[in-house]
Design a protein around this ligand. Structure first.
Ligand code: GTP
Ligand code: SPV
Ligand code: MN
Length: 589
């Protein structure tokens, strides 16, 4: 398929090591993908779902020990440990290559290696980058064909160029003890072994589009972020774009596809989805920040997705979608998960494959991190700018997480540098998206803790540096939100989902200088009545509580922030220390 010598030499080196029986290039044609689907069904790797109700849809079940990203087995292998920084796992690249070569040796004997050329971003866009993934998994091929632009057009666009990310995945024995997800940023190389799940193996996603890309962005003056992109259209037909960074399973897909409350819909407000997980951002010729979504599909959390909470995401999964680790309704061979509706199937295959009565079964029928892989074009609210090679201009950047306490519903940073500090001090309760304990508050700067491809202190510096390249009136305004504040009984105080639109409207009004705010110790808060609560069943007391800042609780947080930042030593930008001092001073006032 190509005469590119760099590609062919690398491919030979990888096949010499892994020794596949055959090598198959993915040309992106529907005929080839259809043949692979049939093969996967014949081996049991995938199950064909009800083709009348779910045309083109398939089901895949992973090993029970392989259901989420594995952060403790994810490495950033830079030449020195300092370059990877204190929060990334690190190993000397020479040592790591040697260790992994032993694991990869002969790992594809008896298997086929698929060569997937793919583009992150529209082919030919100035934002876009090319990768080639070698994998022995058809599931990976079919997912990559949804999540990225794959095939012949990409390899043609690469031509003789050596500028591509080299990605190698071998499922091997799916042994969790020998599982490694390894990034070599300086070599633009990703090696993944012993997993067959999502973010561990769809190497264009977190491994490339965040870990490798964040490193490239730092070198080349742009940014790769764990952010959704949405366009909010007002009744006059003007669309303003917002990027939002929330940690995994904290509401990006939902916000990106939000359906406004009835009264706002009637007025003519609409939301358009550009991306639901990753943004690549560059400063445009007019000095504003522009974003593209480098992906072509959604790898979304299934549980909690319903017609009520996320109609658009659900609609996107009605055709040509791969479901992973959800439950199967045996009566009609369709899918089910917690939160889809109140009718768990009686005759049910639980995600592990066990036959159960869903109505009486007392565990989770679908895994909490079960997912759908749906083409972006399926989404009813996909933005007309989705394929725009120049990206969309960003008015606001929003940070947020799951905080039962501390963070108010919304506040605005005073300026770019303060906004960087707000992002850097983000914290959130852990979710099922990664292996390990769930519900533990941890610091997750810019929602990038698991994804930053270099020293987090340098990443903060890069954010600050980007701010110096934009005039204050052109740089996006920065905000923080928290949809997950809880009352004493542990109930969410804010209705969330579509009603989050009310907060977005305040945010955009602030960007246009239209809404008032009160200054507080942590930034600007909405004035009383500034958040429109028309038709909303919420008391003024609850709203007041949602927008309150408890100084004692914040002082505790500042203590934790200090400890967190201390690990970066002298590498921490002085501006972060400065902002921390300002916050402490404000709280002591
Ligand atoms: P990743 O794909 O892991 O990056 O997740 P994500 O950030 O896209 O999160 P997603 O939108 O899939 O939401 C994760 C879970 O949070 C789902 O179960 C949602 O139903 C739930 N959720 C999303 N938005 C809200 C909200 O506003 N309020 C509440 N209470 N729950 C929400
Ligand atoms: C996340 O965990 O943030 C995801 C899912 O979007 S994964 O692709 O597994 O990283
Ligand atoms: Mn994500």
């Amino acid at each position: 398929m190509t005469n590119n010598k760099v590609v062919l030499d690398w491919l030979r080196e990888m096949t010499d090591m892994t020794k596949p029986d055959q090598v198959v290039w993915i040309d992106g044609s529907e005929a080839q993908l259809e043949a692979l689907r049939a093969e996967a069904v014949s081996t049991g790797e995938m199950i064909k779902l009800n083709q009348e109700k779910l045309p083109g849809c398939y089901y895949h079940r992973t090993a029970e020990n392989d259901v989420a990203r594995v952060e403790d087995r994810t490495f950033i292998c830079t030449p020195t440990k300092e370059e990877a920084g204190p929060i990334n796992n690190w190993m000397d690249p020479v040592e790591m290559y040697a260790k992994l070569k032993k694991l990869y040796a002969g790992s594809m004997i008896g298997r086929t290696m698929y060569v997937i050329p793919y583009s992150m971003g529209p082919v030919g866009s100035p934002f876009s980058k090319i990768g080639i993934e070698l994998t022995d998994s058809i599931y990976v091929v079919l997912n990559m064909a949804i999540m990225t632009r794959t095939g012949k057009a990409v390899i043609d666009a690469l031509g003789d160029n050596a500028d591509f990310v080299k990605c190698l995945h071998a499922k091997k024995d799916v042994d969790p003890e020998e599982r490694y997800i390894v990034q070599f940023p300086q070599d633009s190389t990703i090696w993944s072994i012993n997993s067959a799940y999502g973010g561990n193996v769809l190497l264009g996603k977190k491994c490339f589009a965040l870990r490798i890309a964040s490193y490239l962005g730092m070198k080349e003056g742009w940014m790769a972020e764990h952010m959704l992109i949405l366009g909010l259209e007002n009744p006059q037909g003007e669309v303003k774009y917002i990027c939002a960074a929330f940690p995994s399973a904290c509401g990006k897909t939902n916000l990106a596809m939000l359906i406004p409350p009835e009264y706002l819909k009637k007025k003519g407000y609409k939301v358009w989805t550009v991306g639901d997980d990753i943004s690549w951002l560059r400063i445009g010729p007019d000095g504003r920040l522009y974003a593209i979504n480098p992906e072509a599909g959604f790898f979304g959390v299934a549980p909690g997705t319903s017609e009520k909470t996320n109609f658009n995401a659900l609609a996107a999964t009605k055709k040509n979608t791969i479901f992973t680790n959800v439950a199967i309704n045996n009566d009609d061979n369709t899918v089910w998960w917690e939160g889809l509706d109140k009718n768990p199937p009686e005759n049910c295959t639980e995600w592990t494959g066990k036959q159960v009565n869903g109505k009486t079964f007392d565990g989770k029928l679908a895994h909490p991190n079960s997912r759908f892989t749906a083409p972006a074009v399926n989404c009813p609210c996909i933005s007309s700018e989705f394929e725009n090679p120049q990206g969309v201009p960003i008015s606001a950047i929003v940070f947020g997480g799951r905080r039962a306490k501390t963070a108010p519903l919304v506040y605005q940073a005073r300026d770019w540098n303060h906004g960087v500090f707000v992002g850097a001090t983000m914290a959130s309760e852990t979710t099922a998206a990664a292996a390990g304990a769930v519900g533990v508050v941890r610091r997750d700067p810019m929602a990038m803790k698991p994804f930053v491809g270099y020293n987090m202190a340098d990443y903060f510096a890069h954010w600050l540096e980007m701010g110096t390249k934009m005039d204050a009136d052109k740089a996006p305004k920065i905000f923080h939100v928290n949809w997950f504040r809880q009352d004493e009984e542990g109930n969410f105080m804010w209705p969330g989902f579509g009603d989050n639109m009310r907060v977005l409207l305040w945010i955009l009004d602030r960007c246009e200088g239209k809404a008032d705010a009160v200054e507080s110790a942590i930034g600007y808060l909405p004035t009383e009545g500034a958040i429109d609560t028309t038709d909303l069943d919420i008391t003024p007391e609850v709203l007041n509580e949602l927008l309150s800042v408890d100084k004692d609780v914040w002082m505790e947080d500042v203590k934790d922030q200090k400890e967190y930042f201390a690990q970066f030593g002298d590498r921490l930008p002085s501006e972060i220390k400065n902002q921390l001092e300002i916050l402490e001073r404000n709280l002591n006032k």
